[in-house]
Design a protein around this ligand. Structure first.
Ligand SMILES: NC(=O)c1ccc[n+]([C@@H]2O[C@H](COP(=O)([O-])OP(=O)(O)OC[C@H]3O[C@@H](n4cnc5c(N)ncnc54)[C@H](OP(=O)(O)O)[C@@H]3O)[C@@H](O)[C@H]2O)c1
Length: 161
């Protein structure tokens, strides 16, 4: 099963200056709880922005220079190599955790999208992929109100039709 997980702002922004321009503990906790014990797949730029392998998860990083990645991750040099890993591990749950290169390249294979919609504009330069209502349907939506520290946000689950 291939699941994509991301958080986007009011203008579909997901990243700014090689980072994520918000810190929402409730969203981070959701990400950690959801992905722990599974495999996370990310692009090299997202890996660099995190700075280390995520604990309690198998980390796969896509790069044209996979041998330069640390031993703590599985470096993969092409989409076809990644595809072979998906096919040889049919019972594994893969979470595509970004960034936009990976979401766009793998959207057509995703079974499920876990999207956190944040009710604020952070002037991002990196955007979420376009999803169409003919490919995915909204299965659940859970709202979280704004607080003094955080804007309101909604957890959405989209399932492939
Ligand atoms: N809001 C969120 O939920 C969220 C989640 C994740 C990331 N982000 C943000 O997204 C931004 C990064 O996204 P991005 O799209 O710029 O970068 P990215 O997708 O994280 O990484 C791109 C890199 O992946 C490698 N790659 C991509 N396609 C490949 C292919 N077919 N074969 C081999 N390697 C390939 C290349 O690495 P090499 O250059 O090493 O060859 C490429 O430079 C950051 O701002 C990050 O903070 C946001």
């Amino acid at each position: 099963m291939i699941s994509m997980i991301w958080a986007e702002d009011l203008r579909h922004g997901i990243g700014k200056q090689q980072s994520i321009p918000w810190h929402i503990p409730g969203d981070m906790a959701f990400f950690k709880k959801t992905t722990s014990g599974n495999t996370v797949v990310m692009g090299r730029k997202t890996f660099d922005s995190i700075g280390k392998a995520l604990p309690n998860r198998k980390n796969i990083v896509l790069s044209h220079h996979p041998t330069s990645l640390p031993d703590s991750v599985v470096g993969v040099g092409s989409l076809s190599e990644l595809q072979a890993i998906f096919e040889t591990h049919p019972n594994e749950k893969f979470y595509i955790i970004g960034g936009s290169h990976l979401y766009n390249a793998l959207l057509s294979q995703a079974d499920e999208l876990l999207i956190t919609r944040i009710q604020k504009d952070y002037q991002c330069e990196v955007l979420a992929p376009d999803i169409t209502q003919n490919e995915f349907k909204l299965a659940s939506s859970v709202e979280h109100e704004s607080t003094e520290r955080n804007p309101a946000y909604t957890f959405e689950t989209w399932i492939r039709i």
